[in-house]
Design a binder for this molecule. Sequence first.
Ligand SMILES: [Zn+2]
Length: 469
Amino acid sequence: MWPSLEPAGALADVGHAYPQAGAIHIDLCSLRVYFEAGSYGSENVESSVLTSEQRRLVEGKEYNISNCSRRQFLRSSLYASTGLLGVGPVLSALACGGPPDPLPSDRFDRRVLADLHIHSLIDDWNRNTPLGIRYPAIADFADRYFNRSGMNWRDCHAAGIDLICAAHFNVFDEWLSMPTDSNPEAPTQTFRMMDHLEEELSGPAEPYARLARNRHQLAEFLDIPKDSPEYRVAVVHTVEGGHALGGSIYPLEKLASRGVAMLDITHFFSKDVASAANSFPFFPDANSRRPNLGLSEFGREVVCEMERLGMIVDVTHATATAVEDVLDVACRPIAVSHGASRTLAEHPYSLYDEHIQEIVARGGIFGVILDPYLLTNYANVHYAERSGSLRDVVRMVRHLVKLCGGHEHIAIGSDFAGYTVAPSDMPRLSYVHRLTKMLKDEFEDRRMVEDIMANNAIDFLMANWKTGG
Ligand SMILES: [Zn+2]
């Protein structure tokens, strides 16, 4: 247990990762784990403030993930959780949040927000995975310290949100069998997550949200006026990461029959589907030759089968090579559910402008992520968390509209409740009207803003989502 907190902004060096990645750090203010230099930008270590006693405790716990094995990595996570939980009550008071906006007057607008990517139940999912059950401290840790932009259905309903694409992704299960091996249990876990969401929507969330199993239901739900007692936030199943397939093509058919609209073919690890864009430098894909591998043979099969089934291919998190490979293989429009342009944000995660133009020219959709760190070139996550705001989102939207010669294929994919940094002036999804207002101020075109916030994503789903009957 750590006896005390150091001042805000202090950094704790908890060991050294393998050479390409640089050192691992935990920010004691935000408790966000991040990294020095390495291949992932130019993050600097400001200082190390651990007392010698704290350092001894931390460094003794195998944080060194050089030549990291899965077992070592998970053990490290567990130690981090148990060590940091001791300061939870103090830190929770520092978390972003506060009361939601007063009910905005325009919540009855025909459209408020259709969000292409949000992790609506990630905390519960993590808690219900085999790892979460065995080591609840890990799930507690992730929930309490990383999930700052967590949402609740009632607030989304009160804000008048139209549609949420609920992304099924379990951070812990993806890490199992890392880096490249498939986890044969992954499809089972994905279906459990879908069950869990459906139980939530027919149980405690029933007054606020309901599942649309196909585009016809979605159209029906979206026709209900916001002032009707029948109005609910429409929710659509989507999946993040080809690892969810467990290395097999067969789960796709069942995912399609259950109405999964979109699957993001890769995530933190390639998992023999498509190379992943190095989200974290200490992950074993980083600095390997893997980022250049693009779409695997299995990945090609996945894309073709998804198109056959009417499921939308999402290339968020894919490397540039993988994006090009998908564009070579795909016959139907594809999606970037939560992305950014590399022109404004120099991250491996961001897409090159020419790829964005190609995706849009072929009828695709580009959902802008609302994480200021990934929208800009802030020196590090810590700085982005302090200084990032909706201005960063507006700047990205402006760039994309210009790049694409119009706004018709630009949408929003917040990635909220998914361990990302939220804009300081939009800590929760229920503050969405602040984004709308800023976009209206920028473009002075109410209809265009409504399209970006909702209509474009809805039109794209209506045209391209063919699963679920
Ligand atoms: Zn993502």
